[in-house]
Design a protein around this ligand. Sequence first.
Ligand SMILES: NC(=O)c1ccc[n+]([C@@H]2O[C@H](COP(=O)([O-])OP(=O)(O)OC[C@H]3O[C@@H](n4cnc5c(N)ncnc54)[C@H](OP(=O)(O)O)[C@@H]3O)[C@@H](O)[C@H]2O)c1
Length: 385
Amino acid sequence: MKRIAILGSTGSIGQNSLEVIKSFPDKFCAVGLSTNSNIDILYQQIKELHPAFVCVRDKDAAVKLESKSKSKGIKLFVGEAGLVEMVQDKRIDKVVLAISGSAALPALLKAIENGKDIVLANKEALVMAGPIIMKKAGRKKIKIIPVDSELSAIWQCLKNEEKDKIRNIYLTASGGPFRKIGKKYLKNISVHDALKHPRWKMGPKISVDSANLMNKGLEVLETMYLFDIEPERIKILIHPQSIIHSMVEFEDGVILAQLSITDMRIPIQYAFTYPQRLANKLASVDFCELSRLDFQEPDFRRFPCLGLAYRAANEQGTTPAVLNAANEVSVDEFLKNRLGFVSMPKVIEKVLDKHRNIIEPGLDDILEADNWARREAYKFMHKLR
Ligand SMILES: NC(=O)c1ccc[n+]([C@@H]2O[C@H](COP(=O)([O-])OP(=O)(O)OC[C@H]3O[C@@H](n4cnc5c(N)ncnc54)[C@H](OP(=O)(O)O)[C@@H]3O)[C@@H](O)[C@H]2O)c1
């Protein structure tokens, strides 16, 4: 029985992870859960899954949950420090990082230090501090198993392969909800429009990232760090059906691809059962129903976030953390209707232009760059208003 802690259990990936746990009750149990502030969903999860401990980041929400959780004999951790404390519990075998944004970084680092197996959905932490995370995991001999469907696909294609034989990695992208929309119409995109992804049901931050393709840019950085491969060999391919989740081309011209229906429970289950596979009741791809698979080059002009992400991947150092921080601030302001859709990449570019990169940064340099970029992004947004 593997004991799993899910950080961000009330979100999209968190809830899908619990579905996987529930479908294999003899193999997995949820020993710890966490939320930012959504204690209604968390309480339902507590009643159903009886975890040993939970964490609530928001202090007011934690107070509301306190008496209820005590009555069920559950230890309650509170705040960011509580999350970092929770991941150290000896009863945890695997930690699922399903929190969105840079908030996942401290708990991720602590979980690695404590030798936990890592199931990584969160992308922002790896983008910010990839080399530090990978080095720490290497020292502890820990595998970081990706959940993101593209990263999981690459992971599976590389399972029995030598990494130095890779010619190219093809990261596929659905193209998001605005794949066919002309540049001049993009400025009228509302929050409502941006949250309607054609293929995946996800949390608000990643939905906006997917709408302007920054999500794919972040995946370029994730791929670079997780598989230790240069950005020139990571190619983005628009594939609207989202059936091929990514591909790896080797030196001999052979290409391996991973295909499945669009259901996040598939990569989550694989991350839980790796290196084994377990039968499940999820649907298969129906090729005759599908009839065709399409591919297109991405349009860097309409979606400038892609170019900004490659720029960060080429510069490395503190630049990816700056890109990520400016992006997090921009998405948050867009979601609050305070920044236009096409202004997001403009803010990020301005902040990148002003940044002085530190090559081979320590964690403090990264955190400082993150803070600096957030301040600069706000300053620039004020000027735009
Ligand atoms: N959704 C997908 O299909 C998908 C696919 C690939 C990768 N990912 C990545 O997985 C991560 C999670 O995505 P998601 O779509 O599941 O997001 P989501 O639905 O917004 O869920 C985020 C979870 O994290 C919690 N949370 C948010 N901010 C927090 C903070 N500062 N401290 C502690 N907990 C916090 C939320 O609590 P509340 O419920 O209280 O807000 C929620 O439980 C992201 O990094 C995303 O890029 C997602």
